[in-house]
Design a protein around this ligand. Structure first.
Ligand SMILES: Cc1cc2nc3c(=O)[nH]c(=O)nc-3n(C[C@H](O)[C@H](O)[C@H](O)COP(=O)(O)O)c2cc1C
Length: 208
């Protein structure tokens, strides 16, 4: 009994130690390349400078990926039936957080540098200061059937392309990737079998 109480208290302390921070408001009037220019320059880049992104740059990037862009809570990336089932996790040298689009917040879910499990067998991805992992949440989608699998994959691809185009527009380097250690990511993030890492984008300034 005493032991159970103690481990519950330790668990609670662990959870309480995780922070939740509000990001700066995204700069929706940011000067950047036009859509046509961004489409012209978009390409996969696999070498990154170690220059960090500022909180403002991170906020802009996450908002472009799947932030709220209308008063009714709809987001920048369309999703099938507006299920908004793609969850975005942010891996940095400091820790891992989930982006909460509706409140423009980062909810910390793990401490420490876990970019290696996102990189998987492609070590170059570890050098990007930020790695974004798109997790398809079938519980949120409401089905795990064949059709749902296609819809969730498409929705993840759309979030990914928002990231690709945003990066191209502001001169950041990125590459869409399916490679990652999905099992290790699921374990770290405490995901259940219906919450699946689908794609990731390492993001940073291009290497000189
Ligand atoms: C769904 C998807 C998965 C990808 N997975 C990887 C990957 O695991 N590793 C990698 O280095 N590139 C990956 N890529 C990037 C492609 O190799 C790249 O987009 C392609 O070679 C075309 O180059 P471009 O993006 O410069 O046009 C992936 C791209 C897509 C769309």
């Amino acid at each position: 009994m005493k032991k159970a109480f103690l481990s519950a208290a330790i668990m609670l302390l662990g959870v309480m130690a995780y922070g939740q921070t509000t990001l700066p408001a995204p700069q929706k009037n940011l000067k950047s390349l036009s859509v046509m220019e961004a489409l012209s320059t978009r390409h996969s880049e696999r070498a990154f400078s170690n220059k960090e992104l500022t909180d403002q740059e991170l906020s802009n990037l996450l908002w472009a990926a799947c932030g709220v862009n209308r008063p009714d809570g709809h987001i920048t990336s369309p999703t099938a039936m507006n299920k908004q089932e793609i969850r975005l996790f942010v891996f940095t040298a400091k820790g891992v957080s989930e982006y909460l689009p509706q409140t423009n917040q980062l909810k910390e879910v793990a401490k420490g540098d876990h970019r290696g499990i996102v990189a998987g067998r492609q070590a170059f991805a570890k050098s990007a200061p930020v790695s974004l992992v798109m997790v398809g949440d079938y519980d949120k989608f409401g089905s795990t059937g064949d059709h749902a699998k296609v819809m969730v994959a498409v929705d993840a691809g759309i979030v990914c392309e928002n990231i690709n185009l945003y990066c191209a527009a502001v001169g950041l380097a990125t590459v869409p990737r399916a490679t990652m250690d999905g099992a290790a990511i699921s374990k770290l993030l405490n995901l259940n079998a219906n919450q699946v890492p689908i794609l990731n984008n390492p993001v940073g300034y291009p290497a000189k």
